[in-house]
Design a protein around this ligand. Sequence first.
Ligand SMILES: [Zn+2]
Length: 364
Amino acid sequence: MKLNRYFKYSEFEKGLDQILNRSKNHSWQKSVIGKSVLGKSIYGLKFGSGNNHVLIWSQMHGNESTSTRALIRLLDSDFFHQFEQNLELYIIPVLNPDGCDFWTRNNANNVDLNRDAIDLSQPESKILRTAIDDFQPDFCLNLHDQRTIYGNDSGTLPAQFSFLAPAGDAEKTISGARLKAMSLINSIAGAINLESAYVGRYGDDFNINCIGDYCMSRGIPIVLFEGGHAGQDYDREEAAQLYENALKIALTKLSNDLKLQSRDEIVDGYNEIPSIAQTYTDILLKQVSDARGSRQDLAIMYREVIDGDRLWFIPVITDIDQEQIKNAHRVLDAAHLSFEELDLLIEECGVVQSTSFSIRSFYK
Ligand SMILES: [Zn+2]
């Protein structure tokens, strides 16, 4: 069972049923734990009888599907079976089914579910809160994808995976729960080997309406996973494989009880993970010359648009902030190319499906 980066929620539902109907998966319990704004069923999957409760949710942002794809692959394999005795798992594989279909970050009421942890204005947020209250997790994994804009400060490498051990208060106190989250992140970051990318660390500014900060404020260890982008992996196949590996490392660690190093070792290790910065764009055109011959660099970002059952990447040109954008997933030397030659080059990379793209129009 394989899901592409964009899939309809009904496709996911069908695939999930097929997987859970296999005899080896009969110990999973699937239930409808609530409905989305537009009335779609949201599922909870339970497995195992261990004392260690791990709650995992994916795709609370509808256009972040990589973790769902990784979870489906793991469910389709024998991976979880080893944890039957020492973990109890509760997985919400898609928390935002309406956003999944529309390919939007927000839910059908245009609310960011990761800014609704206290307000609980949306049915999906209430479903997640109920899961937390009833299941009483010892650890939470909050699974997301990040956009293509993230790299390290210097712009030499893209961030292909990032993590955060969120703060539980405005002082960013390093509580026991936070130490556990940092320790798990250190383990994963240390085990993921990336060739032309790096593992990044998100900023920890406190916002109680973010679910991670909320959990941490209640003393529940939680790790934010952010699957990232490198190279031309726009279908996020590499990213899904990395996600699978990261989840395997995380669950194996959690099933063995986190062996805590000293507080200083954990915090130092965590802080050594380079922070992420918005240093990347999709395509960087170097030295484009306008009609008067003056040259400038231009940045192209893809806008992701669903048409029918397909995800399209529409290139959008912007002036670039030289201070901020330092690199791109594709850099083109435009110094000796006409606008039309550049248009062709941009379409050539196989990601772009636009027939209306024109550098010339940027200068009009
Ligand atoms: Zn997200």
